[in-house]
Design a protein around this ligand. Structure first.
Ligand code: LMR
Length: 325
């Protein structure tokens, strides 16, 4: 019996994510929560011929608690999205307190769940989630993840686009470390498998496109929001990886995590000087099993890493400051 709770299910990421979950046949129960429309979306999904029972809840009648009760996996996509001219940090004011309140309820209702945070700015919202769980005395770093899979998806996709021809994006494995916004996103093309052979100028533009891929969509949508379908795709890929790990497979994915709480993470945190960071994580039956070492990186990537860390420190401090109020 596997239950997933989707918080923010009526949003433009939450709804396609709920469809992917229902269509996958990987769940016995899918609970949707949002401030509007969640029961209607649940009814709609229940006409699909897969086994999962779908329930939708609103804030009244303890809807959030009912959604979370007994959940094995929780994905939080609730919150507002960017408009042109905004950075992810501009979302902080609105989304930060939402995340705090949701995680206070998670701490009370399903502290054992594996929790995935999609709500931006992830570099700060994950810190808030961790602090809320910590304050409640139930923080287990191996079960809390900031979802950065879209950066990994983009790193493969944009490399294939740059290489042209019949290159299949899924043939390229490119680790992406750091965080999930602008210069904090660091694709490690020096470690790409198979190698991505591009001249320096093209490589620099591909790296920049991965770092600022979110802006490309914000601009293209002309005020109608930011990434939704590709984010739902990436979020679902991460959820699937968590499930595979839970079912006993050895699987790795990148995620933004609290490094000192993971085996192998303390060393990375000490070396980099940040506690929250995206690394490749090995997933197992109870969540993250270990943080994998970053490995050898190029001179240019080392320079970009310094920039990423500087920006991340500010983002982490922003998250911590809300929780110390
Ligand atoms: C993205 O990477 O596209 C998302 O985080 C949405 C955004 O605001 O860029």
């Amino acid at each position: 019996m596997v239950k997933i709770a989707l918080i923010g299910a009526a949003g433009q990421i939450g709804t396609p994510l709920s469809l992917l979950c229902k269509a996958s046949d990987l769940f016995d129960e899918i609970c949707l929560y949002d401030v509007v429309h969640a029961p209607g979306i649940a009814t709609d999904l229940m006409h699909i011929d897969t086994k999962a029972k779908v329930h939708g809840y609103l804030p009244d009648k303890s809807g959030l608690k009912k959604t979370l009760d007994g959940a094995d996996i929780v994905v939080v996509t609730a919150g507002i999205a960017r408009k042109p001219g905004m950075t992810r940090d501009d979302l902080f004011k609105t989304n930060a307190s939402l995340i705090r309140d949701i995680f206070n309820e998670i701490a009370a209702t399903c502290p054992q769940a594996m929790c995935c945070v999609v709500t931006n700015p992830v570099n700060s919202t994950l810190v808030i989630a961790a602090e809320a769980l910590k304050k409640a005395g139930v923080f287990e770093p191996t079960r809390l993840f900031g979802v950065t899979t879209l950066d990994v998806v983009r790193a493969s996709t944009f490399a294939a686009h740059a290489l042209g021809g019949n290159a299949d994006p899924r043939d390229f494995k490119v680790p992406v470390i750091g965080g999930h916004s602008g210069a904090t996103i660091l694709p490690l093309y020096s470690q790409a498998k198979p190698p991505v052979n591009l001249d320096d100028e093209t490589m620099a533009s591909v790296i920049n496109r991965v770092q600022f891929g979110g802006d490309e969509i914000v601009k293209s949508k002309q005020g109608a929001g930011s990434a939704t379908t590709c984010m739902a795709y990436a979020g679902f890929r991460f959820v699937k990886a968590i499930l595979e790990g839970k079912n006993g497979a050895t699987v790795t994915e990148e995620a933004y995590v609290y490094l000192p709480g993971l085996p192998g993470g303390k060393e990375i945190a000490t070396e980099l000087g940040v506690d929250f960071f995206t690394v490749k994580v090995q997933l197992g039956q109870k969540g993250a099993v270990r943080a994998l070492p970053i490995g050898k990186i190029s001179e240019n990537e080392t320079k970009l890493l310094h920039v990423a860390i500087r920006e991340l420190k500010t983002n982490i401090a922003t998250g911590l400051s809300l929780m110390s109020e």
